[in-house]
Ligand binder design. Sequence first.
Ligand code: KG4
Ligand code: ZN
Length: 337
Amino acid sequence: MGIETSCDETAAAVVADGRVIKSSVVASQTKLHEKYGGVVPEIASRAHIENIYQVITEAIEQAKVSKDDIDAIAVANQPGLTIALVVGVTAAKTLSFAWDKPLIAINHLHAHLQSALLAEEKITLPAVALIVSGGHTCLYDYHSPLEPKLVGCTIDDAAGEAFDKVATILRLPYPGGPSIEKAASKGNPKAIKFPRSMLGRDSLDFSFSGIKTAVLYYCRGQDMKGEDKVDSMSEQEIADVAASFQAAVIEVLVKKTKRAVEKIGAETVLLGGGVAANNQLRTALQQLCESYKPAKKLLVAPKQYCTDNAVMVASLGYHKFKVKLFADLTLEPKASG
Ligand code: KG4
Ligand code: ZN
């Protein structure tokens, strides 16, 4: 069984043999955070406490298993909001103790990576994994589920965070990523030339704060003293800003992935994390993979498992279970990962 409470989704799932999804329950808190335009940690934590028992119960019922069928309890304990993570960790430790099952600590980002492998049993290694979520943007050199090697990450904002902040600037509904994608579908991606920050020539790191600021300046004037143009922008102008922003972010993500593929000599590209739900990003990475002769293989998480869920936690838990990588009851949540 997997348990996930790192941000604003309370989730539990039962997965057999790492890939057979017996149940997946996700209680989303979007409605609670909507009016604040972002996740409020205290509200998230309280909602996890209210939901966790029901979510776990439902996951077991839907899977049509009893506690005796469950081999281990896997829980995301890092990275994330500590006061949110602690709810899942406490529930997992309690079940581990009460049911006498091994406890498995899961890195939430490694779990996102694992979700890209749900559709495929065998992959050709080496692989590059791109994880793009609300809190992180990371590239990994992937050789095994247990030891993905971080080769690049954002030095400031995460890609998803930039989507969310630009949506707020454009007064598009929360959560920002899907809203930007929807608006962008009607816009011209070449309308405005927003900056593409590539950092050093060989760098595999990312920076998205510059583009967010560029959108802000575009809407409010260079010194932020001009009038906010957003209210007077037509739907088409908003769509053009959204499309131009989205195109810039995707171009950077694809170019950096290409660098990593060539540096590592990868045969396969894995894509996961909330932003991986974006169709344009999926298509652009598919085109990158097909541009090689022979083509590289792209493995993307199924859409419902791109954003936070517990299937990915249970799935990675299976690999740790096989080699008996267990945690004990001193397990603590950790903000960084
Ligand atoms: O992985 P996730 O559910 O949570 C974290 O671990 O952060 O990712 C959430 C992020 C949010 O920033 C959300 O706006 C973004 O994923 N997102 C998208 C799309 N769907 C979700 N970004 C772009 N396009 C989408 N369709
Ligand atoms: Zn996540």
